[in-house]
Design a protein around this ligand. Sequence first.
Ligand code: GUE
Length: 275
Amino acid sequence: MRTLTGKDLAVAIRAQTEAEAAAGPQPRLAVVVATADEASLWYVRSIAKAAAGVGIACDVVDLGPRAGAEQIGETLTRLSGDPQVHGVMLQTPLPEGASAQRLAAAIDPRKDVDGANPLSLGRLAAGLPAFPPATAAAVLALLDHYEVELAGRRAVVVGRSTVVGKPVAHLLLDRHATVTVCHSRTRDLASVTAGAEVLVAAVGRAGLIGAEHVAPGAVVIDVGTNPTDDGGLTGDVDFDAVAGVAGALTPVPGGVGPVTTALLLRHTARAANLP
Ligand SMILES: Nc1nc(=O)c2c([nH]1)NC[C@@H]1CN(c3ccc(C(=O)N[C@@H](CCC(=O)O)C(=O)O)cc3)C=[N+]21
């Protein structure tokens, strides 16, 4: 079994991004935050730190966990219109009553570095240029880095979220995989996932995917980041059980996560260099 770690890939992406960022005016990313969620705030800190490391300016616009939808929307509109800002990201979760999906429509698609505007997903589905959500892009980047063949292969995505499941399915389709998307209403999940040559787990339920869900030799990408009682992080895949069956498997932490952060910055550098 190969463990598909994301750390070295993230280092390589950041090095490339640093060069791209240095090629033009300094890229600037604005991260809009309206939550006290600890995991989310951890991610924001890690984005800010990584941005500094590659020469990208990062403004964290913290509106606090009681911000209203209107204030968040106005902030996204202002940042989208600010010529100094190249990338705009709305961090989730949001306060009750604020819908990330609706608010993301206020992000200029040219600055939508986390692919949150429905226009970005639509363009992706149509095979047009757009920034995919960084997490979805990270799944493909890992598969490419480890030279996993996709054309003609059976790929199963578990999870149909707008931020991961749906965009990953489109990206895999674009690479000529035969794609099946499973979700909470899927009957006999294991019978479907066991047919996968490439299995992507993006549900948000710790340990959902066990040995019985995985075909011998399959490549398994674990997108889950579920907090554990001891303050750590665990995936949607029962790593030890699946490691005995799969041909290759990403760890959590140390798999998709670090690549996600690196790609968000790559998207920002590219947004800054758009003609
Ligand atoms: N609009 C939006 N887009 C997101 O992509 C988004 C979001 N909101 N809200 C919060 C979640 C969470 N998320 C993570 C990204 C990287 C790691 C990551 O790199 N984790 C490290 C380890 C962290 C640890 O050990 O505590 C790793 O996997 O190696 C984790 C979690 C992106 N999110």
